[in-house]
Design a protein around this ligand. Structure first.
Ligand SMILES: CSC[C@@H](O)[C@@H](O)C(=O)COP(=O)(O)O
Length: 365
């Protein structure tokens, strides 16, 4: 997608080899800062500290992390250890495990001397596939949005289709295009007028900082709202549908996504607003059925609740404490929306109800 009209992906190998570059998402929307990553430790740091984030991008970063980690030795033990190190970085997005296991499968099947080159090649394939999956999600989601717009008499500049999203599941959360935002970009390009309600998404404000920034870069009309405003807007008929991304979806269609998603799904259900999760297949964990019991939920540093980052009038990025010094804070980073609250899951193969998700992937090749 574009930054100041120039095409970017979120991650790319440097031309001279041996390193990758990323957009440092901890600096957005205030500063476009590119960081060069030269070893697996730096990649683990980037994932943990959310310089790269979003489930599909975490997977792509892990794939390049594998290439970096075996650059100086590619024995079976090196391939296994590098994977273990990367798997410790963040627990909830299943794309991390998916990418590490795929890289290990490909590499361990090759003679040791071929592995280093193959790792860079496979990581690039994973990135290209991610872009293609998200583009397909965009097209399937666009069909759904067109149908919704015609049912509601919306989609014109005067009466845009109103979509609410939570966190950032745009191109910044993937290699390109995004998941939840892919149908929105497709609609915008196709001339179907949309307006996006952007949940700020405390505590790290991925909505206010990242989703708003990338929508603005592409000229998509949007309004940032506080996390607590969505239910009110739905009660007043101001939301036609909700589309979110996911960090892990179970075989039964439970959707694990950024903390607060569940509350939006409850409000959507209460107001008969369709609730969709946009999910590429590497985000589906076919080994799990019960998301609430089985999905590991990341508990992040309490300081993310205590402090907020912003920019001062003179342009300096600053971190400010907003809580009293003696108060404790808890910071669960994700929650699980049960399948019963999910209208549909938008995948690269089409849109399925949670109950039909398994059949979508396992009966039609
Ligand atoms: C296409 S990204 C889907 C999810 O990863 C996204 O909605 C999300 O929850 C991101 O969480 P983050 O903690 O910013 O990595």
């Amino acid at each position: 997608m574009k930054i100041n009209q120039a095409f970017f992906r979120t991650i790319w190998p440097v031309v001279e080899g041996g390193a990758v570059e990323i957009i440092d998402q901890t600096q957005l929307p205030h500063r476009l800062h590119i960081v060069r990553i030269e070893n697996v430790e730096a990649m683990v740091h980037a994932i943990k500290h959310m310089q790269v984030r979003g489930a599909p991008l975490i997977g792509a970063a892990a794939a390049y992390g594998m290439a970096l980690g075996i650059a100086d030795g590619a024995l079976d033990g090196d391939v296994e250890r590098t994977g273990e190190v990367l798997l410790q970085s963040r627990p909830t997005a299943v794309n991390l495990r998916w990418a590490v296991q795929r890289m290990q499968r490909v590499l361990l099947a090759l003679p040791e001397e071929e592995r280093a080159v193959a790792a860079w090649r496979e990581a690039a394939v994973i990135c290209d596939e991610d872009v293609a999956l998200n583009q397909a999600i965009g097209q399937h989601g666009l069909s759904m949005l067109r149908a919704l717009a015609s049912a509601r008499g919306r989609g014109s500049a005067a009466q845009p289709l109103q979509i609410l999203t939570h966190c950032n599941a745009g191109w910044l959360a993937t290699v390109d295009w995004g998941t939840a935002l892919a149908p929105i970009y497709a609609a915008h390009e196709a001339g179907l007028a949309v307006h996006v309600w952007v949940d700020e998404t405390r505590p790290r404000n991925q909505g206010a900082a990242l989703t708003a920034w990338e929508l603005a870069q592409h000229g998509v009309p949007h309004t940032i709202i506080s996390d607590n405003a969505g239910g009110h807007l739905m009660q007043h008929g101001k939301v036609d549908c909700v589309i979110v991304g996911a960090d892990r979806v179970t075989a039964s269609g439970d959707v694990c996504n950024k903390i607060g998603t569940y509350l939006k799904a409850l409000a959507a259900h209460d107001n008969a607003v369709p609730f969709y999760a946009a999910v590429p297949s590497p985000t589906i964990d076919w080994s799990m059925q019960d998301g609430r019991r089985e999905i590991p939920i990341e508990e992040r540093d309490a300081d993310e609740v205590h402090y907020m980052q912003g920019v001062t009038a003179d342009g300096a990025v600053q971190r400010l404490r907003i809580t009293p010094p003696g108060s404790a804070a808890a910071n669960p980073a994700f929650d699980v929306t049960p399948a019963r609250l999910v209208t549909g899951i938008i995948t690269e193969r089409g849109i399925a109800s949670p109950a039909a998700l398994h059949a979508l992937f396992h009966t039609s090749d």
